[in-house]
Write a new protein. Structure first.
Length: 64
């Protein structure tokens, strides 16, 4: 009886550990995605700044 109970506890613990690993893996993937999105946002900001700067230069050249 005790052995059966120990086996069940062991299985439950194994299931819980497997679930925890799955959750940790998903969290890591989400964090990686967030990091990628942040990098892309920085690239877009730099591109926008470049476009704005170029546009301002074109306007100032036109006004001269």
């Amino acid at each position: 009886k005790v052995k059966k109970c120990m086996n069940e506890i062991g299985r439950d613990l194994g299931d819980e550990m497997q679930f925890n690993n799955l959750v940790e893996n998903r969290v890591t993937k989400l964090e990686d995605k967030d990091q990628e999105k942040a990098k892309e946002m920085e690239k877009m900001k730099k591109r926008l700044w470049t476009l704005e700067t170029n546009y301002a230069l074109v306007l100032s050249d036109r006004d001269e």
